[in-house]
Structures are given as C-alpha cells and as structure tokens.
Ligand binder design. Structure first.
Ligand code: SAM
Ligand code: SF4
Length: 325
C-alpha cells in the first residue's frame, strides 16, 4: 500500500497516453501548440510495464487520459491489458468525446465501464470557439454511442468567464432535470504558459452556483459516499446530479489520492506543482523492476501536502494537455 508522508493512501493513477489532441481548447493549451515526437511517447509495452509496477505498489484505479486518448488505435488493447493486471479494480477514460461513436463499443468490449466526457456548452458556435474548431455534434453522437454501449458517463464542464459561465452553464445544468446525467463543473486552473488567460477567466464555484440557482432554483447539497474532490448537488426533482470541483475556491488536497504518469513517462505527484520523477528514461536505459519500483516509491514520498496556488505558485513546465487533467 502506498501511504505518503501525510498518511494519504495514493492508489489512483491518471495515465496520459498521448499529449496530442484533435482539439485545442482555449482553457487547456495555447493555439500554437506542438506535440511531442512519437519517440518521446511511451510504447504499449512500456505503458503496461509501468502500470504493472504501479499496481504492484498499491494502485487499484487507473484513468486513461491525454491529450486525447482516443487518438491511439491501441486504446482498447491498453485498457484490457491494464484491467488484467493483478490488483487493478477499475480502469476509466477521460475524453473529449469526438471519437466515441467509433470507439465506445470496442472499449466496452475491452472491459471499460466509466467514461468522463469533456463538454462545455450545448451551443455549436461556442463549442467551436472554445475548442478552436471542434464539432459539437460529434460529441453529442459520441455520448449517445457510449450510452448505447452501456457506459456510466460523467460530463466535465470547465467554466470560462465570458464564454460559458452564463446561459451555457445553466443549459448544461438543466439537462439533469430530465436525464440521470452527472454534470461536473471544474474550476479553471492556471497551468503553464497560458496561466495568465486562465487566471483572468476564472469563474469561482460560488458564482456559478448562484448563476444556476437564479435560473433553475436552489441546489440541494447531497451526501458524498467518501471525502473527495467533487461536492454534489441536486436541483429540485432532478433525475441527475451536479458536481463542483474547485481546486482554488475549495481545495481538496487533504483527500488527494492521485498520482499522474505523463505520456513521456514522468511520475507527477501533484497536478499543480512541477516536481516529476522520470521513469521512462531509466526504463529505456535498462533499469530492472526493483529499480523502477524504488523510483516510484521515492516519487510518491515527495507528494506535497497541498498545492500553493493561493500563494501564487503556479506550475510552469507543462500545460494541462501534457499532464492529463
Ligand atoms: N482530451 C480529454 C478531455 O478533454 O477530456 C482528456 C484530457 S483533458 C486535459 C482532461 C480534463 O482536463 C478535461 O476534462 C478538461 O475539461 C480538463 N481541463 C483542461 N484544462 C483545464 C484547466 N485549465 N482547468 C481545469 N480543467 C481543465
Ligand atoms: Fe484536447 Fe482535452 Fe485539452 Fe481540449 S481539454 S485541448 S480536448 S486535451
């Protein structure tokens, strides 16, 4: 079991399969983003070897992310491979949803059951603007395909001031009245070279809740199954739920049980602090499993007590798409 120095049981790995993406969301990456060459990205055998070592050190939950993980043709094989590792209880996916029409059924057959889809507005023009060119209909079709396949879905919404913080957020929340969807609003985090934009476009959780309540009535707070990052609410009589994840307004570091592995094989123990441990370099240089497991253990011990955004310490080395969210 991986207990860190503050007693947290770190058992949830967000595994980025690629830094490349078919969208360029304004809140995630700069417009002129370039991606890493293929050689710098972990190969399937490298991903599975490191995943096995993480599982052996107590990680039971994995989330495949990116960049856009559905760009990898080997995604179903990787999902199946990780699910088959001893100790792994759950593998989930985070995606922009644009390729789910083709990918949902093979992923379900591979054993995946939970998908988070990133969807910021139901307005096609605004969606195009926020993703710099994305096609909303593809995402809606993808969500439909995932539901048909049998997936449990969550929708992630990043609220960006002046883009989707008014009517768009209300319309997304309204969906939960009739459908049993779980829609989570994620507070915009400042990361890397677009931190200035992100800071100036932050919509605090309280403001968003007030905007939704003004249109749709009060949000009733729901009991959470376990302490964690999202606070849960339900609109009066709604079939679905609303969640709010707010790293700045209401940090949840005390309950953070996550680590991240970037597509270039670096263990990052806090999304919002830059420290990383290179695993792919040593792996390619011939390190054995014991050496790699020791590097993982060492990295986990460096997990900070909390991020330092409130003290204006902003991570610099990567943008969000290079970490995986
Ligand atoms: N491409 C996939 C997607 O869009 O879901 C997976 C990778 S993306 C980096 C993972 C999550 O990060 C997305 O749900 C997105 O909403 C979130 N995200 C991106 N930039 C963010 C930011 N600056 N602050 C908060 N969340 C962000
Ligand atoms: Fe791509 Fe996801 Fe980042 Fe949007 S949020 S640019 S879809 S990685």
């Amino acid at each position: 079991m991986s207990l860190d120095q503050f007693g947290r049981h770190i058992h949830y790995l967000r595994l980025s399969l690629t830094d490349a993406c078919n969208l360029r969301c304004i809140y995630c990456m700069p417009e002129a983003m370039t991606f890493r060459p293929e050689t710098g990205r972990m190969r399937p055998d490298e991903i599975l070897r490191l995943a096995r070592l993480f599982a052996a050190s107590g990680f039971s939950k994995f989330r495949l992310t990116g960049g856009e993980p559905t760009l990898r043709d080997d995604l179903p094989d990787l999902a199946r491979g990780i699910l088959e590792l001893p100790g792994v209880k759950e593998v989930a996916l985070t995606t922009n949803g644009s390729r789910l029409t083709e990918r949902a059924a093979p992923l379900f057959r591979a054993g995946l059951r939970r998908i988070n889809v990133n969807l910021n507005t139901l307005n096609p023009e605004k969606y195009r603007a926020m993703t710099r060119g994305g096609d909303l209909q593809k995402v809606l079709d993808g969500i439909e395909a995932a539901q048909q396949a049998g997936f449990e879905l969550k929708i992630n919404v990043v609220a960006v001031r002046g883009y989707n913080d008014g009517r768009d957020a209300v319309e997304l929340a309204r969906l939960t009245l009739a459908r049993s969807w779980y829609i989570r609003f994620i507070e915009l985090m400042p990361i890397g070279r677009i931190a200035g934009f992100q800071q100036s476009h932050l919509v605090p959780e309280k403001e968003l809740i007030d905007t939704i309540a003004a249109e749709l009535g009060p949000l009733e707070e729901q009991r959470r199954e376990k302490p964690g990052k999202a606070r849960l609410y339900r609109l009066n009589g709604a079939a679905g739920m609303l969640g709010f994840i707010s790293s700045l307004s209401r940090p949840f570091c005390r309950h953070c049980v996550r680590a991240r592995l970037s597509s270039d094989g670096r263990l990052r123990v806090c999304l919002l602090q830059d420290g990383e441990t290179d695993l792919l370099g040593p792996l390619r240089a011939g390190a054995d499993d014991a050496n790699l497991a020791a590097l993982i253990a060492q990295g986990l011990q460096s997990k900070p007590r909390e991020h330092a955004l409130r003290a204006s310490v902003i991570p610099q080395t990567r943008v969000m798409s290079e970490i995986g969210g």
